[in-house]
Design a binder for this molecule. Structure first.
Ligand code: HEC
Length: 125
């Protein structure tokens, strides 16, 4: 019994921390919160989509980000996107990506968690 309540406390602590960092996507159908919506727009406009595909599921030479983000921390994600890796270009000189990195993470993490559907999104009012 005591073990359980400690576990619950730990879990709610994690959820609170994630919300505080603003990296949890909210979606109802294809209607999503502002951060997720911005991340989706960046994903398309900054050409992540060109390599990682319209649904973020990758392709022959490009990793599936829906799978990859299950095993990456936000810090690892940020480091890879800003510094580049292998054939992935560095985005540290791209102001829109640097400023929107949290939103990109929110969107892709939401895709990875299954909260955010593939395809066109609208911003919740
Ligand atoms: C020119 C093609 C290209 C573009 C554009 C591109 N990527 Fe990548 N990306 C790659 C390749 C190739 C890898 C694999 C790198 C490796 O592991 O050697 C990769 C890896 C990644 C990874 C790490 C995946 C893992 O293994 O955990 C993330 C996260 C990622 N990309 C996100 C993004 C985001 C976000 C954008 C847009 C801002 C983007 N990529 C744009 C080609 C691209």
């Amino acid at each position: 019994m005591q073990k359980n309540s400690i576990k619950n406390l730990a879990v709610s602590g994690l959820v609170t921390a994630a919300v505080a960092f603003g990296s949890v996507a909210q979606a109802e159908g294809n209607s999503v919160d502002k951060s997720t919506f911005n991340g989706w727009k960046l994903y398309k406009r900054q050409r992540c989509e060109t390599c990682h595909g319209p649904t973020a599921e990758g392709g022959a030479a490009f990793p599936n980000l829906v799978v990859a983000l299950k095993n990456r921390t936000k810090e690892e994600f940020t480091t890879i996107v800003l510094n580049g890796k292998g054939n992935m270009p560095a985005f540290q000189g791209n102001k829109a990506v640097v400023e929107g990195i949290d939103d990109l993470y929110t969107y892709l993490k939401g895709r990875s968690d299954g909260t955010v559907p593939a395809g066109e999104l609208t911003e919740a009012q």
